[in-house]
Ligand binder design. Structure first.
Ligand SMILES: Cc1cc2nc3c(=O)[nH]c(=O)nc-3n(C[C@H](O)[C@H](O)[C@H](O)COP(=O)(O)OP(=O)(O)OC[C@H]3O[C@@H](n4cnc5c(N)ncnc54)[C@H](O)[C@@H]3O)c2cc1C
Length: 391
């Protein structure tokens, strides 16, 4: 019998397997594909990591631990996974981003540099924005190499004794007070605890619990930069803009692909016919003209030197599709299942979860070890949706 079975070894699951195996526990990790892969949510070169979290100040203690754990992972693997480029947060002074960042920074005493738009344009000549906008610079932020983080965690989990099975789908699971059981197409496994972290497939793995999850199809683009203004080597940072047409973010150019940019808002809801997502989550990502147009309008307006000829339609050097798994309030689900205290769910990371996966894996291991986490996770409990639906 395994101590734990981890279903889904993408961002969260690879970290859970690594943390469990490092503690000497018998862990089995299974995945329907061979991670890192381009079919779920944890691929596309980079993920921004930042501390002064505008989404909710209660994420900050989790982030502080996440930073420590990413650094420990780098030490153990002897490779750089985090690149501290800094992060520009730009938008209206009374907007969601600026207000939220300032609140988290103040609640948790985090350093933030405040700049006027004019000062920011002098310091970072590649950017533009409304004269009355506020700009914040978070030095202790940057990006993680997402695919390499997953790959490294799986490699180290294996090194520490985890059993990893790829191209192996869970078709059903069950649990009683004593054990959990996971069935794949050809095998059946038993463990003391089950960790479900199936990303965009979470709804499928948890059908009977009717979680209010919505999967959005999203896109990432890279634009070649003739102009060195946007290069990491020249000091260009990661960025996050709140504009009248939505949120846009990206990371600096560090190879021939160029500047990475994407729209955080929007996205196409993906149907879940009959509760099964296999038809739509097959890895084919149809390109969406409208999304690309939004991103290019953003570049023309706020990063004008990426597309110096304002009439020309510039082609991205690369683009990729990916999935956000949204909850109604855009906060995660990190909780044991009601009536199944040996099953733990980490899901609905709502398009901002990768930076947390190091600490979420540790929390999963603490659940298996029946240790308390020391974090306030009440705002991530599943019961918040039941309360909402009965009001
Ligand atoms: C375009 C884009 C940009 C983003 N940018 C950021 C960012 O800048 N910063 C940030 O912090 N976050 C960001 N995110 C969000 C972040 O990447 C995700 O929240 C995170 O990667 C989700 O990890 P996961 O483990 O939940 O899902 P995944 O990594 O998709 O893992 C789920 C795994 O479960 C497996 N699986 C599913 N069902 C089964 C089954 N039945 N049997 C076996 N295996 C199964 C899948 O194959 C998959 O490997 C972004 C997301 C996208 C899409």
């Amino acid at each position: 019998m395994f101590d734990a079975i981890v279903v889904g070894i993408g961002g969260v699951g690879s970290s859970a397997c690594y943390n469990l195996a490092k503690q000497g526990l018998q862990v089995l990790g299974i995945d329907r594909y061979c991670p890192p892969h381009p079919y779920g949510s944890s691929h596309g070169d980079t993920r921004i990591i930042r501390k002064s979290y505008f989404e909710h100040p209660s994420y900050v203690p989790l982030l502080q631990r996440a930073y420590t754990l990413w650094s420990e992972l780098e030490d153990e693997a002897d490779k750089q996974l985090y690149f501290p480029t800094g992060l520009l947060e730009v938008g209206p002074a009374d907007g969601v981003v600026i207000q939220g960042v300032l609140r988290s920074a103040s609640d948790h005493n985090l350093p933030i540099e405040r700049l006027s738009m004019q000062q920011a344009k002098r310091q970072f000549p590649g950017i533009n924005g409304d004269e009355d906008w506020q700009v914040l610079f978070e030095k202790d932020a940057g990006y993680l190499l997402v695919d390499q983080c997953v790959e490294t965690q799986i490699a180290l989990a294996t090194y520490h004794g985890a059993t990893i099975k790829t191209n192996c789908s869970m078709v059903r699971w069950s649990a009683d007070r004593h054990q959990v059981q996971v069935e794949t197409q050809s095998e059946r496994f038993i463990a003391k605890k089950l960790i479900l972290c199936a990303g965009p497939w979470a709804d499928q793995a948890l059908q009977e619990f009717c979680l209010p999850l919505k999967v959005l199809h999203k896109h990432l683009y890279w634009y070649p930069c003739v102009n060195p203004l946007y290069q990491q080597a020249k000091g260009f940072p990661c960025f996050f803009f709140e504009t009248s047409t939505g949120y846009y973010y990206g990371s600096p150019a560090f190879d021939e692909s160029g500047l990475k940019v994407a729209r955080h808002s929007g996205g196409t809801p993906v149907a879940i016919p009959g509760g099964t997502q296999s038809a739509i989550l097959d890895g084919t990502h149809p390109r969406e003209e409208e999304d690309q147009r939004h991103v290019e309008d953003f570049l023309r307006m706020y990063m004008p030197s990426v597309m110096p000829n304002s009439n020309a339609r510039s082609q991205p050097s690369r683009w990729k599709g990916c999935y956000y798994t949204m909850t109604p309030d855009e906060h995660f689900i990190v909780d044991a299942l009601p009536n199944h205290e040996n099953v733990f769910v980490i899901a609905g990371l709502s398009g901002h979860g990768f930076k947390f996966t190091s600490v979420l894996g540790e929390i999963a291991a603490q659940f298996v070890n029946e240790k308390t986490t020391g974090f306030d996770l009440d705002f991530l409990k599943m019961s918040r949706f039941q309360k909402a639906s009965t009001q």
